[in-house]
Design a protein around this ligand. Structure first.
Ligand code: AMP
Length: 414
C-alpha cells in the first residue's frame, strides 16, 4: 500500500469545510482592503530563493525541495514573497502607476522534521504590497492581519513587532549582537555556533532553552536604528495604537530571512505545540525589489500558516448549516434512467440533489436519506412514471405527497 510522503497531509472531504471557511473569510477581508489575488507558480528557479532569502538561511541551506533537470535547478516554493516580487518585476507591474496590493493562498514546501503544526507541505494565506515606504502602510498590514484573525475567529494571539531598520542599521545590529554574544559563544547550541558566523540575527529566535536564556539577558533595545528608521517605527506604533490594535514590542524579534528590513512582526499563539508559537509573520523588504532587478521601491507583506490557524481556533471554523440535499430514490431500471433526468433538472434549478448509485434497497436508501439529513426524499417508481408524477416525502413530519413532475422544482423551491 502506498503511504503519503512524510510531512504531507490529506485534507479529507469531512475536514474541507474549515479550509473553505478560512479561505472565504480571507477573501472577504482582503477585498475590504482592496487587495487582489495573485497565483504565481509552485516552482521557481532555485536561485531566486538563494538570492532573496539568502544563502545562509535555514530554508535555503536545508529545507528546499530541489528538482535538478540537466543544468537547471528548480525549487518547490518554500514561501510566497520571492515569487510575487519576481512576478511583479517580470510582468512590469511597477509601470502601471498603481500601488500593487496582492494576496495569495496555497501550498508551500519545506524539508522540515514533521511534528504537530510543522509539515513539509503546509499552506500560507498571505499578502504583499509593493510600491510604498509609507509607515501608514505598515499600520494597514498589521491591522489587516488582526482583522483576519478576529474574523476566522482565532482568539488569544499576540502581535509582536520590532524594527530591524535600514540595511546600515541591520549591519549595526549584527555587529552589536556579535559583540554581546562573543563571551557566551561556547554555551550556544551547535546550530547557533554556525549562525554566529553566518546569520547571527537568527540566534535571537533559536528554540534551544540554553540559547533562549542567553538571548533573554542580551537587552538588545533599539540602539541600532538611525533617526529616519526610528521615526518610521514610532509612526507605526502610534498608528496601531490609534486603531486599538494590541501589540508588544520585542527587540529580540528579528525574522531570519535576508530580505527583511524595517518593521517586522510575528503573531504568536500558545496552542500550536511545543516547538513553535508562530501563527504568522511578516515585515518590510524595501530592498528586495531592486535586488531582484526591479525599481528601488518599498514593500511589505505577511503570511499565516493555515494548519496553525486551524490548530489555534477554539471551535471548528465551519459554517453553521451546510446546504441541504434532496435525495432521490428510483425504483427499477426505467425509473433509474428517468431519475438521471430528474436530478439534472433539480441541479440546473439550483437545488442540491443526490441519489443512490450502489443498488441499495428502498429501506437502505431511506436510511441514507436520513443520514444525509435530507429535508425531502423523492420516490420514483413505475406507477409514478406512468402518470408523470413523483412522490415527495417531507422527512421532517413524514408527510407524503404525489405531485406532478412539472411542478417539482416549484414545489421544492417553495
Ligand atoms: P515563515 O515564512 O516561516 O515566517 O512562515 C509564516 C507562517 O507559516 C508561520 O508563522 C507558520 O504559521 C507557517 N509555517 C511556516 N513553516 C511551516 C511548516 N513547516 N508547517 C506548518 N506551518 C508553517
Amino acid at each position: 500500500m502506498f503511504k503519503r510522503v512524510p510531512g504531507t497531509r490529506d485534507i479529507l472531504p469531512d475536514q474541507i469545510k474549515q479550509w473553505q471557511k478560512i479561505e472565504q473569510v480571507s477573501r472577504r477581508v482582503f477585498s475590504l482592503y482592496n487587495y487582489l489575488e495573485i497565483r504565481p507558480p509552485l516552482i521557481e528557479e532555485s536561485s531566486l530563493y538563494q538570492r532573496s532569502l539568502g544563502d545562509a538561511t535555514e530554508i535555503v541551506q536545508k529545507q528546499m525541495f530541489l528538482i535538478q533537470k540537466g543544468e537547471d535547478s528548480y525549487a518547490l516554493r518554500p514561501e510566497g514573497t520571492a515569487s510575487i516580487v519576481r512576478a511583479y518585476i517580470e510582468n512590469n507591474l511597477d509601470k502601471t502607476g498603481n500601488l500593487f496590493k496582492s494576496y495569495y493562498m496555497g501550498p508551500m514546501f519545506r524539508m522540515e522534521r514533521p511534528q504537530k503544526g510543522r509539515y513539509r507541505q503546509f499552506h500560507h494565506i498571505g499578502c504583499e504590497v509593493i510600491g510604498s515606504r509609507s509607515p501608514e502602510l505598515d499600520v494597514e498590514i498589521i491591522a489587516l492581519a488582526d482583522q483576519l484573525l478576529c474574523s476566522y475567529p482565532v482568539k488569544g494571539y499576540s502581535i509582536v513587532i520590532n524594527s530591524l531598520g535600514c540595511a546600515d542599521d541591520k549591519k549595526r545590529l549584527t555587529a552589536q549582537l556579535r559583540e554581546k554574544l562573543q563571551n557566551s559563544l561556547s554555551d550556544l547550541c551547535d546550530d547557533c555556533k554556525v549562525r554566529f558566523e553566518q546569520n547571527v540575527l537568527r540566534i535571537l529566535d533559536c528554540k534551544n532553552e540554553k540559547c533562549k536564556e542567553i538571548v533573554q539577558k542580551l537587552e538588545m533595545r533599539d540602539g541600532h536604528l538611525c533617526d529616519p528608521c526610528r521615526g518610521h517605527f514610532e509612526t507605526v506604533k502610534a498608528g496601531l495604537a490609534s486603531l486599538n490594535v494590541k501589540f508588544e514590542v520585542s527587540s529580540n524579534l528579528v525574522r531570519g530571512l535576508d530580505y527583511y528590513t524595517g518593521t517586522v512582526f510575528e503573531i504568536k499563539h500558545d496552542n500550536l505545540g511545543p516547538q513553535q508559537d508562530a501563527l504568522g509573520a511578516g515585515g518590510r523588504y524595501d530592498n528586495l525589489v531592486s535586488e531582484l532587478g526591479g525599481p528601488q521601491t518599498g514593500a511589505i507583506g505577511f503570511a499565516f500558516g493555515v494548519e496553525r490557524l486551524i490548530l489555534a481556533s477554539e471551535s471548528p471554523l465551519t459554517d453553521a448549516e451546510p446546504e441541504k440535499l434532496v435525495y432521490l430514490i428510483s425504483l427499477g431500471d426505467t425509473a433509474k434512467k428517468q431519475g438521471v433526468i430528474v436530478l439534472n433538472t433539480l441541479r440546473n434549478a439550483g437545488i442540491p440533489a443526490d441519489t443512490d448509485y450502489e443498488g441499495k434497497s428502498l429501506k437502505g436508501a431511506m436510511r441514507k436519506a436520513n443520514d444525509l439529513k435530507a429535508p425531502f426524499t423523492l420516490i420514483l417508481g413505475d406507477n409514478e412514471l406512468q402518470k408523470n408524477t413523483i412522490v415527495v416525502k417531507n422527512m421532517g413530519n413524514g408527510e407524503q405527497k404525489e405531485i406532478s413532475m412539472t411542478d417539482l422544482v416549484k414545489y421544492l423551491s417553495a
